[in-house]
Design a protein around this ligand. Structure first.
Ligand code: CTP
Ligand code: MG
Length: 268
């Protein structure tokens, strides 16, 4: 593990210049003047049990490429991202090198890190492989192939714009009516307007996320995302509104939706 390919960290590409946020908010998207400040961590070490394909959902074909290629490519295009850490099972590292990284002409350096038994352990492994010199980390599920570079930049810009934040995450407003249920009995109908569905990427100050992971490990806490680890040690995390397109491929039906969305985008 630890293979590196691509350009040297900090080298600039043609599209690295900062540009105004398309929604005309105060946040500027694009790399800051002193260069890209973010290391992406793409976690691809799961076994995809709910998806059920023996290859693992991150390797199944999505519009001609292994599914995880699409998110790695989206981070590679992001002006704020200096380098990428891909977390995968050690026994699949050669396959990732050949069939994922080898199929893309990436501009940024990529390092491989070994996955762990849980998503949280995999993120921690990826975090340990990130360089100290980059202030921000963007944690992303390889199982979300439809993430768009513009949204990656928006969530990074949100953290950069507010020093009091430990992090920011992409999320969508809940549109279904929510029920709190015990067994099959409805106990409450919470006010939906307070609820958002968390996605990735989730972007944090590197030192904050590392401290949160160490605290969780010490207290044997397992969260389902990284924001929850930062929240429980008192870090402020905000949401950046995302789109439902950025779905997580969990079951085979999700793959058909992802395929249709990607094909539509490629035709536009
Ligand atoms: N992941 C990981 N290491 C693990 C478990 C999960 O890197 N030990 C990654 C997955 O590869 C995926 C992301 O975390 O990109 C989100 O996890 P999930 O959607 O739950 O994927 P799997 O754990 O692979 O699927 P399942 O829970 O159905 O087995
Ligand atoms: Mg899982």
């Amino acid at each position: 593990m630890g293979a590196v390919r691509g350009r040297a960290a900090g080298e600039k590409g043609a599209d690295d210049a900062a540009s105004p946020c398309p929604c005309a908010c105060a946040e500027r998207v694009g790399a800051p003047a002193d260069g890209p400040d973010t290391c992406a961590i793409v976690v691809a070490g799961g076994s995809g049990e709910r998806f059920g394909d023996p290859r693992g959902k991150q390797f199944v074909d999505l519009v001609g490429l292994p599914l995880m290629c699409w998110s790695v490519a989206a981070f590679d295009r992001a002006p704020s991202v200096a380098r990428i850490v891909v977390v995968c099972a050690p026994e699949r590292a050669a396959e990732v090198e050949r069939d994922v990284l080898g199929r893309l002409s990436l501009a940024k350096p990529v390092t491989l890190a070994p996955s762990g038994p849980t998503r949280q352990a995999s993120v921690r492994s990826g975090l340990d492989a990130t360089p100290r010199g980059l202030d921000l980390v963007a944690v992303h599920d390889a199982a979300r192939p439809l993430v768009e570079t513009e949204l990656v930049e928006r969530v990074i810009a949100a953290v950069r714009a507010d020093e009091t934040l430990g992090g920011a995450i992409l999320a969508t407003r809940c549109t279904d009516t929510l029920k709190l249920v015990e067994g099959t009995q409805i106990v409450a109908t919470p006010d939906r307007s307070f609820y958002w569905a968390a996605q990735t990427p989730q972007v944090f100050r590197r030192r904050v996320l590392l401290a949160a992971h160490k605290a969780a490990e010490h207290e044997e806490y397992q969260g389902t995302d990284d924001a929850s680890l930062v929240e429980r040690v008192g870090g402020r995390v905000r949401v950046v509104e995302s789109t439902r397109d950025n779905l997580k491929v969990t079951v085979p039906e999700d793959l058909a939706i992802a395929e249709a969305t990607l094909e539509r985008r490629l035709l536009m």
